[in-house]
Ligand binder design. Structure first.
Ligand code: OGA
Ligand code: MN
Length: 275
């Protein structure tokens, strides 16, 4: 076994793997095994300027599990994230600017997301990450008791309205293709750890007054994403970042949308529903 050198990126979130090139990524099986542990401990794992390319990214992602298939893309293992008008999902990507969990509208959210930078802008366009385990750990004992039974309705319309506050009937009909999904506010993972489930898709808490519900969800998100808790990754072309989508929220930071920016994402299917 070869040792893997790492460096913490911030106190709470993120670790960089050092001295690994694409060849080693693909051929040294210890790397994928180590990444699983690093993801559990640090949430985000960075390989700086790896320049993996789609084939290597997909081959490595497969070592972490089965991949989500993106039927609209030429390579169904890779979703291109860009505002290029030819991108089949371009209209949905503005919502990436808001804190979210990938696949929060799915029965089982993604386990690991793998994102690489292909075209970046001179300014902005970072990706920010915050731990939802830390969000739970930051609650008072009284809050932990109060939140234990709460259930949250996740709704596509809630995510999309943040970017399109005045939707057309066609947009509303499109968003309604996703059924609401109800998740507990507190996720007790099979590992025994607990995290909070919030973010852009969180519409309201079942049975609570709407204003109280909105205020609580906003407060939890605000407290979990104060700058001292957030890792903001400023991309270089070729960077590859993995994140534990079950224990983090993330978002894209602002950039000039008239400039091209293109990221490639492969996604490892979730194995654990939120319960
Ligand atoms: C994603 C995502 C953020 C970014 O690919 O799931 O949220 O910075 N991307 O592009
Ligand atoms: Mn995302």
């Amino acid at each position: 076994m070869s040792a893997i050198a790492t460096k913490e990126l911030s106190a709470r979130v993120g670790v960089e793997v050092l001295d690994v090139d694409v060849e080693r990524l693909l051929n040294d099986d210890e790397i994928a095994v180590a990444c699983v542990d690093l993801l559990e401990q640090h949430g985000v794992v960075l390989f700086r300027e790896l320049h993996a390319g789609d084939e290597a990214q997909v081959a490595f992602s497969r070592k972490l599990g089965e991949l989500v298939q993106f039927g609209k893309y030429t390579n169904p293992n890779v979703m291109e994230i860009s505002f290029d008008p030819g991108n089949p999902n371009a209209k949905y990507f503005p919502s990436n600017d808001y804190w979210h969990i990938d696949g929060s509208m799915d029965p089982v959210p993604a386990k690991t997301s793998v994102l690489s930078a292909h075209v970046i802008t001179d300014r902005g366009g970072e990706t920010a990450f915050a731990s939802t385990y830390a969000a739970y750990d930051g609650l008072s004992g009284e809050e932990r008791k109060r939140f234990a039974g709460l259930r949250v309705v996740h709704r596509m319309e809630r995510i999309q309205r943040l970017s399109y506050p005045d939707p057309t009937p066609e947009q509303l009909a499109d968003w309604a293709r996703w059924s609401d999904r109800v998740h507990p506010l507190v996720w007790t993972h099979e590992s025994g750890r607990k995290s909070l489930v919030f973010g852009a898709s969180a519409s309201h808490i079942v049975g609570l007054d709407p204003d109280e519900s909105r205020a609580l969800l906003d407060d939890l998100e605000h407290r979990a994403t104060t700058p001292d808790l957030v890792l903001t990754h400023a991309w270089s072309v070729g960077d590859l970042v993995l994140w534990d989508n079950t224990g983090l929220v993330h978002r894209a930071c602002e950039f000039d949308r008239s400039q091209p920016r293109r990221m490639h994402r492969s996604t490892v299917l979730g194995e654990e529903s939120i319960k």
